[in-house]
Ligand binder design. Sequence first.
Ligand code: PNS
Length: 160
Amino acid sequence: MVNAIFPGTFDPPTLGHLDMMERSSKIFGQVYVAIASDSHKTQPYFTIEERIGFLKTITKQILNLKVVNFDGLLIDFCDKININLIIKGLRNCNDLEFETMMAQANRKLAGIETLYLNADEKYIGISSSLIKEIATHGKRLHHFVPSEIEEVVFNKLSKK
Ligand code: PNS
């Protein structure tokens, strides 16, 4: 079976991310969930150790999924672990525009293809940045993040 990588910042992981990981694990042989230690956008709020812990906790029932982290370019990490397929989730046209740019660069530079999975409609409105804003203002996150990590994510964000 084909192996694939599902990369992201996961700051923090959401129910939408979890849905993508569960669905990917049914399609591909081994799925690597790869956490970018740094982000192109802003400095992640949660440390890399926290994000690794969150992802391991919420995916422990998915046996063909491995949580890893990387620095630098994704294509270099893919080369290191011998993976040539990237999976991305798409919620809307904005995602598509941004992801197309990255997918084209990754294919030009390394011949690595990107496949997209459509976000389930239940999760289209969820993003890690929205979650940070909601919890910073004291509202709980049960509708947005997996229940096993809700409390710890909420506690840290609400003390911001
Ligand atoms: O969850 P995000 O923030 O949408 O994830 C974006 C991520 C981490 C997958 C992307 O920024 C990435 O691949 N970063 C690593 C650096 C890299 O390879 N950049 C793309 C150059 S074409």
